[in-house]
Design a protein around this ligand. Structure first.
Ligand code: DCS
Length: 481
């Protein structure tokens, strides 16, 4: 009989090509070990609530009331909910067409898109048009929608940083495009060199690829760097010269752990550059409720803002969004609350600030604890996590460890991470899942485990690592930096 469409051999080859290490071999093994009763510390996904981060009270109160509007009619509602949460819930319900159970416009609720536009204006000091903002089910869906519009076939290339968050490599594979890598420089704190970027484009063109877009992740995942304004200007000028649309993945814009390089948006820098750049460079910026001190990953809320995209293309993007009918409506409320937070004088303001500051300040301390912890280990070097949620230490593997990995049929960093998992229960993602230079090895952990658990986790990492190195070191040299 002829193969059926969903038989493995007849599946779309692009689906089979997709790789997504964040939930790959290490995660699967960790889940197995957990089922066997071993205590696992899941640091493979930037999923703060799964590691004990508590939700902010006010937004949950508002969404709870929106989900259960009959509570608003209860005479005792004021005993359970503060007046500002009640007022906000009524406000958001009035923006919907039938509450949270009704589809919204496929671009999202107009009133929430206005709140997003006002947020962007306040943040950047330049106008933002709600008609060019689409709400999405997490930033992931927005990235996928836009990549889908850009990639016409394997001749179309997208510049992606290496290391990168594998949403990009996976989606480019899925849509049958070509990933054009550009390397971030570890010894320059994961900075980006425009000459290298240019070289990547030249090489791709010599292979017949039309490079159409460039991705930046700022702050970086997995690398944790914050791009300077000067660097962003160079990138935008490069996009102008090479006629590339820029994807600014800015989901970690609230996660900043140093003061020298605050977050600056691509949109702001583009507007500051003036003509011709500000009117010519096409930019799509992404944001999410999954990160920052919100960490509301499970709610699946995001948006993208389009700059310099012609109206007819925006209409096509709208049409495609319409095929999915509506982004998740409760998540749109979270987005509204995130971009239009409480103000001084509001009843719940003090509590909101206490909770949100507490989370960010603790993350800042955890970023330091992790970096210092890794740097105290044998054959491990680690740049400081300036932003985002990850630490990405380089593990300098001795040749004997690399040989042992080969014998076991594993990529060397997968081998190391599996050993780490078995010995300590710490579930990480090998650097190979994000891309790295040939012969250089890393792992990624989140900085999200509870602060009080962090010293214990770093001690157990150090103990494992130093014993591993002791076992395999023979002083002939290491994988290189
Ligand atoms: N962009 C980047 C750079 C991300 O790291 C993530 C999630 C997303 C987009 C998508 O987020 P949402 O769809 O939830 O808005 N980061 C994953 C990661 O590396 N660990 O956890 C999730």
């Amino acid at each position: 009989m002829a193969p059926k469409a969903l038989d493995y051999d007849s599946l779309n080859e692009n689906v089979k090509k997709v790789q997504y290490a964040v939930r790959g071999e290490l995660y699967l093994r960790a889940s197995e070990l957990q089922k066997e009763g071993k205590k696992i510390i899941f640091t493979n996904v930037g999923n703060p609530h799964a590691l004990g981060q508590r939700p902010l009270t006010f937004p949950r109160q508002v969404v709870a009331l929106c989900q259960a509007p009959f509570l608003l009619d209860d005479p005792n509602v004021g005993l359970m909910f503060p007046a500002d949460a009640i007022a906000k819930a009524k406000h958001y319900l009035s923006l919907t067409s039938g509450g949270l159970g009704a589809y919204s416009d496929s671009r999202g609720i107009p009133g929430v898109r206005e709140e997003v536009a006002e947020f962007i204006e306040r943040r950047d000091g330049y106008p933002s048009d709600p008609e060019l903002i689409f709400l999405t089910d997490g930033a992931s869906k927005g990235v996928m929608q836009i990549l889908n519009c850009v990639i016409r076939g394997e001749g179309d290339g997208v510049l992606v940083p290496v290391p990168q968050y594998p949403l990009y490599s996976a989606t480019i594979s899925l849509f049958g495009g070509s990933l054009v890598p550009y390397f971030l420089e570890e010894t320059a704190n994961w900075g980006l060199d425009i000459q290298d970027l240019r070289q990547s484009v030249v090489q791709a063109r010599s292979r017949g690829i039309t490079v159409r877009a460039m991705v930046i992740i700022n702050p970086g995942n997995p690398t944790g760097q914050c791009l300077s304004e000067a660097n962003l200007r160079e990138i935008l000028r490069f996009c102008y010269q090479e006629n590339l649309v820029l994807f600014g993945d800015e989901v970690y814009q609230q996660n900043i752990y140093q003061d020298q390089r605050p977050f600056v948006s691509s949109k702001k820098v583009l507007m500051e550059m003036g003509l011709p750049f500000s009117k010519e460079v096409q930019l799509v910026s992404f944001h999410s409720v999954s990160k920052g001190y919100w960490g509301e990953c499970g709610q699946r809320g995001g948006y993208f803002e389009m700059t310099n995209i012609p109206p007819k293309s925006v209409d096509e993007i709208y049409k495609i969004a319409s095929v999915s009918l509506s982004p998740n409506v409760p998540a749109q409320i979270f987005m509204g609350l995130m971009v239009n937070p409480l103000k001084p004088g509001d009843i719940s303001y003090e509590q909101f600030i206490r909770e949100s500051k507490g989370i960010i300040e603790s993350l800042r301390r955890r970023a330091r604890l992790m970096t210092d912890g890794f740097n105290s280990c044998r054959n491990v070097v680690c740049n400081f996590t300036e932003g985002a949620m990850y630490s990405f230490p380089q593990i300098r593997l001795p040749p004997k460890a690399i040989e042992a990995a080969k014998k076991a049929g594993k990529v060397p960093d997968v081998f190391y991470c599996l050993r780490l998992l078995e010995a300590t229960g710490i579930s990480t993602v090998p650097g190979s899942g994000f891309g790295q230079k040939e012969g250089v090895f890393h792992l990624r952990t989140t900085i999200l485990p509870a602060e009080e658990d962090m010293p214990g986790i770093m001690d157990s990492f150090k103990k494992f690592n130093d014993e591993f190195m002791e076992k395999y070191e023979d002083h002939r040299g290491y994988s290189r930096m």
